[in-house]
Ligand binder design. Structure first.
Ligand SMILES: NC(=O)c1ccc[n+]([C@@H]2O[C@H](COP(=O)([O-])OP(=O)(O)OC[C@H]3O[C@@H](n4cnc5c(N)ncnc54)[C@H](OP(=O)(O)O)[C@@H]3O)[C@@H](O)[C@H]2O)c1
Length: 278
């Protein structure tokens, strides 16, 4: 890639880990395309980093479709798609599309966005980097008959299942498309002092927004971890299809992530919900 400009698309780039990674990546040789929800925050990070930006609220799939159109028509190539937008939310809450919000924002929206950009991603032999979480192992446990957790919703369970879905998605992408040049990975960014969990009450809000906040790692460190996967070559810095608990450590995650039937079924049901076929 000597001399060629790499195009890097980062969602959730208006705050926290995504914004920190964008600041670190800004500079020569990179075309940065940032995606956020808040117009003010996204514009501010884009101006600071000299990046292009797009807005989309992932609780609205029509906005995800428009986002894909806008990125698809302005980017001839995409070297990295970092599916980083997400979070833990109170609920259960139905989005305008009728899906549970935690599931849609963290999983269904990036699943759709990646699907809609697939042609460009394949032509570019791109990497897809999913920001997952150790929450997948700690709180996850997917019921294939209730992917959205309508029956068993707590903010942490829905979050754990959605972050497990990010890992299943990275594995599914690898299984289907790695032979055609696409690589994918899911990783845990650390426990990072960001705006995370501001839309919940109780335990997690107290950790992330109370006195314990000082024990968390900085957004800059979290951003460096995302940057590692964005900059690192698949097959060298990380292996396609894997989950990493930190840049250099293959950690174990939830056992369901190693079950090919769960990987396939979760994918099939996500497709069905969206009415798409990869
Ligand atoms: N912080 C942690 O300890 C931790 C640990 C493990 C994994 N993670 C994961 O890291 C990723 C980034 O989180 P963060 O810690 O940086 O939190 P953050 O500071 O709250 O940033 C979240 C980002 O996601 C975007 N977002 C939230 N809801 C959205 C929606 N409905 N539509 C579109 N974008 C939306 C936000 O956009 P706006 O700001 O524009 O609303 C923001 O850019 C998430 O996937 C999270 O699950 C975080």
């Amino acid at each position: 890639m000597m001399g060629a400009e790499r195009t890097i698309v980062i969602t959730g780039a208006s705050d926290g880990i995504g914004a920190a990674a964008a600041r670190q990546l800004a500079g020569a040789g990179v075309r940065l395309v940032l995606v956020g929800r808040s117009p003010q925050k996204t514009k501010a990070v884009a101006e600071e980093t000299g990046a292009e930006y797009h807005l989309a609220d992932f609780t609205r799939l029509d906005e995800v479709r428009l986002l894909a159109e806008a990125i698809g028509s302005s980017c001839e190539r995409i070297d990295v798609l970092a599916n980083n937008a997400g979070g833990m939310f109170s609920g259960p809450t139905a989005t305008p599309d009728g899906f549970e919000k935690t599931f849609q924002v963290n999983h269904l929206a990036p699943f759709l966005l990646t699907h809609l950009l697939l042609g460009t991603l394949l032509e570019s032999r791109a990497s897809v980097v999913n920001t997952s979480s150790i929450g997948a192992r700690l709180f996850g446990g997917i019921d294939l008959e209730d992917l959205e957790d309508w029956r068993s919703f707590t903010p942490s369970k829905a979050y754990g299942d959605a972050k497990l879905a990010n890992i299943l998605f990275a594995k599914g992408l690898h299984d289907r498309f790695h032979e055609r040049g696409l690589s994918s990975v899911a990783f845990h960014p650390g426990t990072v002092a960001t705006n995370f969990a501001s839309d919940t009450d109780g335990y997690f809000r107290r950790i992330y927004h109370g006195a314990l906040k000082r024990f968390l790692i900085s957004p800059e460190r979290g951003g460096r971890r995302l940057r590692y996967f964005i900059e690192g070559a698949p097959g060298e810095a990380w292996a396609s299809g894997e989950y990493r608990v930190s840049p250099r450590r293959r950690g174990r995650t939830h056992r369901q992530a190693y079950d090919p039937v769960v990987v396939r079924e979760h994918w099939r049901r996500s497709e069905e919900m969206l009415g798409i076929r990869w």
